[in-house]
Design a protein around this ligand. Structure first.
Ligand SMILES: [Zn+2]
Length: 368
């Protein structure tokens, strides 16, 4: 896990955090906001490690990597840097505070005690959108005035979905996607990803570093992308009467996209919750990653049908011959309208629209 100074992207956010650490007057409560896969988790870990470090580097402020707190953090075992994720659909009050008939609450048993390993106790709260009202209310006081040795880092995709009483108590840090070329270069030079693959992964991830790294490191990802592209290649030439059948295939395909969507690693933290809700959320995440690949695919068709200089930006280069033929099946206007339809479907997906209806409307629009 890279330290604050060595992380890719988020330059202004990192500078701001480093300045706050340097000042010795660190706010006790942060909210990192940015789309799924943008890299909130990695930044939170690096920030937590720097804040807890016993012997931090200066100018720029960063963790030392060798003190006992850093060593434990790097092994992922620092008991004073705790990550909390929702138990199922929601983050429950008993996850924080002792309640009858539940496992011990984390804060009840740690927050009153000063850290003994490092300088801070850090609580990283994932998916702050999922804090239900009673859990959120139970946190208001500690978020308002945490003990000086405590640091809370809440993570959320959208601040608008976090309860306003929580947001108002946090220092908000917004995280954005990086330029695709820069991310591709990073995957190549720092992670040793082969050049063509690095560029396409950066494009599929739309510049989100967390998603790109997950894709680069998971052995199953390549096969999943191929399966989605095989499906995508059938779309430009399929007649509209096949729309419902293709929508069904699309939903089935999304059930198989596990590595790409991070479902295999997320499943662990979610299995304890309400089965239906968790399944529903996983399904949406899987469909969202398919949309990402479809967007790259249709962008390629657009690029190829326009031709010229832009051709260098084709993402799926190993399918160039087939894509060039498919691009002739439509005009640039058609490919633009397909892209619009996918972007719209992705917004509906975010807004919790019905998945069957959403996929059917999408395939209707994509077919001739
Ligand atoms: Zn250290």
């Amino acid at each position: 896990m890279p330290s604050l100074s060595k992380l890719f992207g988020h330059t202004s956010a990192r500078l701001m955090l480093q300045r706050a650490l340097e000042s010795g007057n660190l706010p006790g409560t942060y909210l990192f906001a940015g789309n799924n896969g943008v890299g909130k988790g990695a930044l939170a870990q690096a920030f937590a490690q720097a804040a807890a470090c016993l012997n931090p580097k200066r100018e720029p402020f960063d963790s030392c990597g060798v003190c006992v707190s850093c060593r434990e953090a790097l092994r992922g075992h620092n008991p004073e840097i705790v990550t909390l994720s929702p138990a199922g659909e929601q983050m429950q009050i008993w996850q924080f505070w002792d309640r009858d008939n539940h496992p011990p609450g984390v804060l009840t048993h740690t927050l009153p005690y000063a850290p003994s390993l490092g300088k801070k106790r850090v609580y990283i709260i994932e998916r702050a959108e999922a804090l239900n009202e009673s859990a959120a209310n139970s946190l208001l006081k500690v978020l308002e005035e945490p003990p000086e040795y405590a640091l809370f880092i809440l993570l959320a995709a959208h601040t608008a979905r976090v309860l306003p009483t929580i947001v108002s108590r946090c220092q908000t840090v917004r995280l954005f996607a990086s330029p695709i070329e820069e991310l591709g270069e990073y995957l190549k030079s720092s992670l040793g990803v082969e050049a063509n693959r690095a560029e396409s992964l950066a494009a599929y991830a739309e510049g989100r570093v967390g998603q790109a790294i997950r894709m680069a490191q998971h052995p199953e990802v390549g096969a999943e992308i191929e399966r989605i592209l095989d499906f995508a290649e059938g779309l430009p030439v399929a007649p509209r009467v096949r729309a419902l059948r293709l929508a069904e295939q699309l939903r089935k395909l999304s059930g198989q996209v596990k590595a790409l969507s991070g479902e295999d690693s997320a499943a662990e933290s979610e299995k304890s919750g309400s089965e239906e809700g968790a399944k529903e959320r996983v399904g949406r995440r899987q469909l969202a990653t398919i949309f990402d690949i479809l967007i790259a695919f249709y962008r390629d068709l657009l690029t190829l049908s326009v031709g010229g200089e832009a051709m260098k930006r084709v993402v799926n280069r190993d399918r160039l011959t087939k894509l060039s033929l498919l691009a002739q099946e439509g005009s640039p206007e058609r490919w633009i309208s397909c892209l619009d339809s996918i972007l719209l479907a992705r917004r509906w997906l975010d807004a919790n629209a019905n998945i069957a209806m959403l996929t059917e409307t999408l395939t209707m629009r994509l077919l001739r």
